[in-house]
Design a protein around this ligand. Structure first.
Ligand code: ADE
Length: 252
């Protein structure tokens, strides 16, 4: 893209599913601000038969249907443009599938660096293996469960990536401190009233001492992550002192 903005194409047989999420909240604002352009395409626009069919019975038999390769190749190739050179500059074709690599904040950050993404949201039992082998650059799963199609996973990826684009959020600080940045969960938040049904708020937040507040929040992130998601600690961005702090806390 010459503009420097990210361009995302989504291909699906249900492009209308994307209307609301693409026109709501931060994603909408990012589009309006020109940080990203997103187009949802109908896979059936690349079929050539009169029934616009995208699936067929599996070779070897068995239940369910398999998505045919031709419409996927036609769609991705036409979106990329004809020349090999453009194809190389065209960014990643990503298939959403439960067999893909696990999606995470780190993967979202990686995708946010690309100039262009082509998200392939498949349906039915599966997709012809030649699509994976010869068309797809990357395969992503949003979790170890099976959804009825790749549309919701594609929306998850779009949302997580778009909010990382510079300028998409109100302030860069909200990005820096949120859950999974630096591999830690977020600290707890409080707003008015200071007493709600007899439940107060931590005194330090009223102290006006920002160094103390920052230190308290950091400790909260450490405790929270080690309590709720101990699996994240090994890869988190911690100082040696913080690692010792957590080890000591675990001892107690
Ligand atoms: N398609 C169906 N289930 C999925 C999942 N968990 N992640 C990505 N794509 C999918």
């Amino acid at each position: 893209m010459t503009t420097g903005a990210l361009h995302i194409d989504v291909i699906s047989i249900f492009p209308e599913m994307f209307e609301v999420p693409l026109n709501t909240g931060i994603v909408r604002r990012a589009r309006e601000a020109g940080l990203v352009s997103i187009a949802a395409h109908d896979l059936r626009d690349w079929t050539t038969d009169k029934h616009r069919s995208v699936d067929d019975a599996p070779y070897g038999g068995g239940a369910g249907m398999v998505m045919r390769p031709e419409p996927w190749f036609a769609a991705v190739e036409s979106l990329r443009g004809a020349s090999l050179r453009e194809q190389q500059a065209a960014g990643r074709a990503v298939l959403l599938t439960p067999q893909g690599r696990p999606f995470s904040q780190v993967v979202a950050q990686e995708l946010a660096q690309e100039p262009r993404l082509i998200l392939m949201a498949a349906r039915y039992e599966g997709i012809d293996e030649r699509v994976r082998d010869h068309l797809v650059d990357d395969e992503i799963s949003i979790g170890d469960y099976v959804l009825s199609g790749g549309e919701i996973p594609a929306m998850v990826v779009v949302d997580a990536v778009v909010r990382l684009l510079p300028g998409a959020l109100g302030s860069a600080a909200s990005l820096r401190e949120e859950s999974h940045q630096g591999g830690l969960l977020e600290y707890p938040h409080y707003t008015r009233p200071p007493d709600f049904r007899g439940w107060g708020i931590p005194d330090v937040l009223l102290s006006g001492n920002h160094a103390q507040i920052d230190a308290w929040r950091r400790v909260q992130r450490l405790h929270r992550t080690s309590d709720r998601r101990p699996d994240l600690i090994a890869d988190a961005d911690l100082t040696a002192k913080e690692r010792k702090f957590l080890a000591d806390a675990a001892q107690e």
